[in-house]
Ligand binder design. Structure first.
Ligand code: FES
Length: 252
């Protein structure tokens, strides 16, 4: 059987990793196949949308490369990349995708081929991201879309952007947020937003009751009902009809 060759996307900061990549090209060093480059001005510009796009194209792994800690040309870009990667990995893990398919490498090294080869090898061991079965593939894409939508929620964006300030800077009462508490809050908010994103997908075309949505998603009707209340507050779903005694909901 032919060896599995993973499709890997490398998102590289223009100031360090990309130049190292150019050096590899100029000197004609060996480079792993099936690595597509995306050039960014700084790893801090890597957004959940960009990461989702790479996974939605069913890349088996995504490697984000930025300048070494303390060397970012925009001062804090690579810290921001760390926080976005952490939230994205959490969301991947919650939808059942191995979080190590996303890696952040912050080092302005010229040994870039070693980094690529090690990453490709790790992804090769994990196997392909996408199942062969078309239905399962579609389900995976829906899960990845929910991941993107959850991480675009303004509260989560705020939490991700403010992590450093929240856990290190004292507020007016002289308190900081305990890092473990921060992680727990982020994890819970991602869980809530993922459920709401999944519900919106279910009611995008046809109205469904809370019970029907719960059955489709394998969740408790109570959780689904709570999420529907929040979605109605946001005007993201409307109540359109009753199925027996149960109201039905449709995406707005
Ligand atoms: Fe390279 Fe910011 S400029 S990570």
């Amino acid at each position: 059987m032919a060896k599995f060759e993973p499709n890997v996307v490398a998102i590289a900061c223009d100031w360090c990793s990309l130049q190292a990549g150019d050096f590899v090209g100029i000197t004609r060093l060996f480079f792993p196949k099936k690595v597509s480059f995306v050039r960014v001005p700084c790893s801090g510009t890597v957004s959940p949308e960009l990461l989702s796009e790479a996974f939605l194209k069913l890349s088996d792994g995504v490697l984000v490369m930025g300048c070494a800690t303390g060397s970012c040309n925009y001062l804090t870009g690579n810290f921001q990349a760390e926080r976005v990667a952490k939230a994205f990995r959490e969301a991947l893990s919650q939808i059942g995708v191995e979080p190590n398919r996303l890696e952040l490498h912050l080092e302005s090294d010229t040994e870039i081929t070693v980094v690529y080869e090690a990453f490709v090898e790790r992804i090769r061991k994990l196997g392909p991201l996408a199942p062969k079965d078309q239905l399962k593939r579609r389900q995976l894409k829906e899960l990845l879309e929910s991941c993107r939508d959850a991480l675009l929620n303004p509260d989560i964006r705020w939490l991700v952007a403010r992590e450093w300030t929240l856990v290190t800077r004292e507020n007016v009462f002289g308190e900081t947020v305990d890092p473990a508490e921060y992680d727990r809050t982020l994890r819970e908010r991602i869980t809530e937003e993922l459920l709401m994103a999944r519900i919106k997908q279910q009611v995008a075309a046809d109205p469904l009751s809370a019970r029907e949505i719960a059955e489709r998603l394998g969740r408790s009707p109570r959780d689904v009902f709570g999420a529907l209340v929040e979605l109605r507050k946001r005007a993201a779903v409307t109540m359109v009809e009753a199925a027996g005694r149960d109201p039905r909901y449709l995406a707005a």
